[in-house]
Design a protein around this ligand. Structure first.
Ligand code: FAD
Length: 378
């Protein structure tokens, strides 16, 4: 339970940080989120939110709002990228909640609405933090500072909080990039082809995942995984082109050719990775999501793991109270490490749902039905 005196600082208002903010506020904790971006804009990218996440959104009254704006595919199809043959037809219903595909910007906007206004402070890039035993001192790039009882590092793969706990270390470039493009469904009407709700096209060494991002099905989105020898650019992404896409997917199925032809704007994102971390928390600081266990995105579960982390961490803090954060952090890691590592491993291998398999271990998972594990007692 909250003592009312604690101040929980979350660094980063990404999908994991925002979920932690809402869930901790819901449990009565005093929370402040510090986000480096000046604001969030509706950048062109989609995201899957599986039933494992929707069960968490139920807690903060967000599930139906998300379903209302999302596409809710009944199946995940895997198809041979060259012949179009079906490799698997995975039902997405029957796991205890709805499966959604949605625009990331729309998802983020919904998440912001789940928190008390003013919870997120934008333009606050954390540059330094110091746990001095009695609290944590936070310093931001704009010259301001803050103090917190505990700090949750939800600041993504290049986390400053992770760096403070474990030292500076660049993530590994995986050797793969993801191209991302949002296509107006209007542009697809001229093709005498079927554009399925959620389909992954598999080639021998590359793939293209495609789905709608709105309930109106007026935006169709693709994200690829393509080998790319070195990442020689600065920044999170660079511009790609229709020509580059045509080259990367030469000889692939007519649906893929149609998608490339209908592409106005496509970007290219390097896919980075880290090995499992030796620790998830130290003193008053704890990590979640990509700050803790980044992965290649091929299972579409990276953000889902960040949100599951947030839910388990909130549960553990509720169980122990914020004063006993050390126990809460230990229970949290014990309860989350195996699952996050398993998903990280399968996602990196890029095999999930390629053949007919049962995805219940991923989608059927309900973080609230899981026991809080205490490995030191077991
Ligand atoms: P992030 O989303 O990275 O958020 C971190 C936040 O912290 C950002 O807002 C950032 O601005 C802020 N920040 C960083 N440093 C600081 C600082 N020093 N001070 C203050 N703020 C800071 N996952 C899915 O579940 N489903 C999918 O379909 C899916 N598709 C993907 C496709 C691609 C191509 C990629 C690359 C990833 C995909 N993922 C998907 C993974 C998912 O995007 C990440 O796992 C997820 O965004 C992690 O959330 P997070 O909150 O931990 O970190």
């Amino acid at each position: 339970m909250s003592t009312g005196n604690e101040k929980i600082a979350i660094i980063g208002a990404g999908l994991g940080g925002a979920a932690a903010g809402a869930l901790l506020q819901h449990a009565g904790f005093n929370v402040q989120i510090f986000e480096q971006a000046p604001s969030f804009s509706r950048l062109g990218a989609g995201i899957h939110m599986g039933p494992n996440v929707l069960k968490i959104f139920q807690r903060i009254g967000m599930d139906q709002k998300l379903i209302d704006i999302s596409s809710t595919p009944a199946y995940w199809f895997s198809r041979d990228g060259l012949t179009g043959d079906y490799l698997s037809r995975i039902p997405l219903e029957g796991y205890g909640a709805t499966y959604c595909t949605v625009h990331r910007g729309d998802l983020s906007a919904l998440q912001m609405d789940t928190m008390t206004p003013g919870t997120v402070q934008f333009n606050k890039r954390l540059t330094r933090l110091e746990d001095n035993g009695s609290d944590v001192y936070l310093e931001f790039q704009d010259g301001t500072s803050a103090r917190a009882t505990i700090v949750i590092g939800a600041d993504g793969i290049n986390s400053r909080v992770r760096e403070t706990l474990l030292g500076a270390e660049k993530p590994h470039y995986s050797g793969w990039v993801g191209h991302r493009a949002m296509i107006s469904a209007e542009k697809l009407k001229k093709f005498d082809l079927t554009f399925e709700d959620c389909v992954k096209w598999w080639g021998p060494d590359r793939h293209m995942m495609v789905y709608y991002t709105t309930s109106r099905r007026d935006e169709y989105y693709y994200v690829t995984g393509v080998p790319h020898p070195a990442w020689e650019f600065d920044g999170a992404f660079v511009q790609s082109s229709r020509e580059e896409m045509s080259e990367a997917f030469a000889g692939y199925h007519p649906v893929i050719q149609a998608l490339i032809e209908a592409t106005d704007d496509v970007t290219k994102w390097p896919l980075f990775n880290r090995n499992p971390l030796p620790l998830w928390s130290q003193g008053r600081m704890v990590l979640l999501g990509d700050a803790c266990h980044p992965m290649k995105p091929h299972m579409a579960q990276g953000a889902a793991m960040a949100i599951e982390d947030a839910a388990m961490l909130a549960r553990c803090l509720e169980e122990t109270g914020s004063q006993d954060y050390a126990t809460a952090f230990r229970l949290y890691e014990a309860s989350r490490r195996d699952r996050a590592t398993q998903v990280q491993t399968v996602s990196n291998a890029n095999t999930f749902l390629q053949t007919q398999e049962d995805p219940s271990w991923v989608y059927g998972y309900d973080v609230y039905a899981e026991p809080i594990l205490d490995k030191s007692v077991a």
